[in-house]
Write a protein that binds this ligand. Structure first.
Ligand SMILES: [Mn+2]
Length: 427
């Protein structure tokens, strides 16, 4: 059975890297079909690391809902409408099923071949050499779509008097049969959670799938389990620290590339050991991994940051102007700039520089005000720095945060979200 290893939704680098490495470790320690997946957009930093080490990043998978396609019983044959009826009846008999789906020449579902439907045909001495498609077929079967989530249709299927349900794809092509009994079975995959344990934070569909292991460094809010599971938790700065420790515990060494992946998770979650969550264990595991990787944490951090953090790679003024738009509205001239920054902590360290640069830009361009929107695309939030007349800032509906910025939870778009708010504030 397939086992997914998955971090939280809105994945960050630690979440993706720990999933990747733990899948590798579980594969090495004997789990047959294991795959790391990423429950959302792959973070840019993680993407850089996978490219740097020439590894294939985890597949992006938006949910783990069990879908009809997972339940198709491939042991139940399909018969072709062109095939002589006698051959199809023989296949039906051999299959031991009570009916079989019939496929038209173009691949679409034609009907169910069912003995009950044929009684009258036989009583009137029907010719069994005719094509199957011309015999009376059962046509009121409930046809399922392969992408239907099982939880949406379970009740309807269980109440249905039939036991065989034909399954088609988006284009209407017949894929096979789902038996009613499949709806009562356990899901066809299991999941290992890394870097989270709360269902609400996990990949959609998680509550339907058995969790067989958790590796995490967050508060525990895990539901009661039916069976014993492996649960690894500790107060460390990164889930990758725990995964590295697990390699050591079983006497395994990650490859050069996987060591690099683990380092990336540790240094991004601990902000290069600056975060107050950092522990000695994070530093110790990182230096062990550096030896295996042959590259330093500093070098990897520089590579990861150069790509995604304008605040790291260029001066404050240049970073602001790299994506700035000027507007003339309600008799005012103003600028709204936007920067993407996956770690708002880096931004907070640069607030003084940015304020100074915004003041300069405002003066040099004769602007009434300058607003800088710093967006964390991973968590889906932004914060706003504002430089200019107080009346506009006070009219904005955003709350002030501890760093003096305005907090804009859920705001990602300058055009669609921030600008209308500013225009409303201008009156
Ligand atoms: Mn983490």
């Amino acid at each position: 059975m397939k086992t997914y290893v998955c971090g939280h939704r809105n994945p960050d680098t630690d979440s993706v890297m720990s999933a990747y490495a733990l899948a590798d470790l579980r594969r090495r320690t004997g789990l047959a079909d294991v795959e790391a997946i990423c429950a959302g957009r792959l973070p840019d930093k993680a993407k850089w690391v996978f490219e740097h080490f020439k590894l294939t990043p985890p597949r992006v998978k938006r949910d783990v809902y069990v879908r009809v396609r997972h339940l198709v019983d491939h042991a139940v044959p399909m018969v072709d409408a062109d095939a002589p009826l006698v051959d199809s009846l023989r296949r039906l008999e051999e299959s031991g099923q009570s009916s079989l789906p019939v496929r038209a020449k173009d691949g679409t579902f034609r009907g169910m071949l069912s003995p009950a439907k044929l009684i009258n045909f036989f009583l009137t001495k029907g010719d069994v050499t005719i094509p199957t498609g011309r015999a009376p077929l059962h046509n009121c079967a409930q046809v399922l779509n392969e992408s239907d989530p099982v939880h949406d249709i379970r009740t309807a299927v269980i109440r249905n008097t039939h036991n065989h349900f034909p399954v088609v794809d988006e284009s209407g092509k017949l894929l096979g049969t789902v038996l009613k009994s499949a709806f009562a079975q356990e899901p066809p995959f299991r999941i290992i959670l890394v870097d989270h344990n709360e269902t609400d934070q996990g990949i959609p569909g998680l509550d339907e799938v058995p969790v067989v292991e958790v590796v995490d460094h967050h508060r525990i809010s895990f539901a009661a389990t039916k069976e014993p599971i492996r649960y690894t938790a500790d107060v460390v700065g990164s889930t990758c620290t725990l995964v590295a420790r697990m390699y050591r515990a079983v006497g395994e060494r990650p490859t050069r590339e996987v060591a690099g992946v683990l380092i990336a998770g540790i240094i991004s979650d601990t902000l290069m050991f600056q975060s107050p969550t950092t522990t000695d264990a994070d530093r110790a595991m990182c230096s062990w991994l550096e030896k295996l990787c042959g590259e330093s944490a500093e070098d990897l951090m520089a590579g990861m940051s150069s790509l995604v953090s304008p605040l790291q790679s260029m001066g404050a003024e240049q970073a602001i102007l790299s994506d700035a738009k000027t507007y003339h509205e309600a008799g005012q001239k103003f600028m709204i700039a936007q920067i993407e920054e996956t770690h708002l902590a880096f931004f907070h360290q640069h607030i003084a520089d940015l304020n100074e640069a915004m003041g300069k830009i405002r003066q040099a361009n004769g602007l009434d005000f300058v607003a800088l929107m710093v967006t964390d695309p991973v968590r889906g939030n932004s914060e706003l720095l504002y430089c200019g007349r107080d009346s506009v800032r006070r009219a904005l509906s955003y709350r002030r945060g501890e760093h003096g910025t305005l907090l804009m939870p859920g705001v990602l778009s300058r055009k669609k979200q921030l600008l209308p708010e500013i225009l409303a504030a201008l009156g």
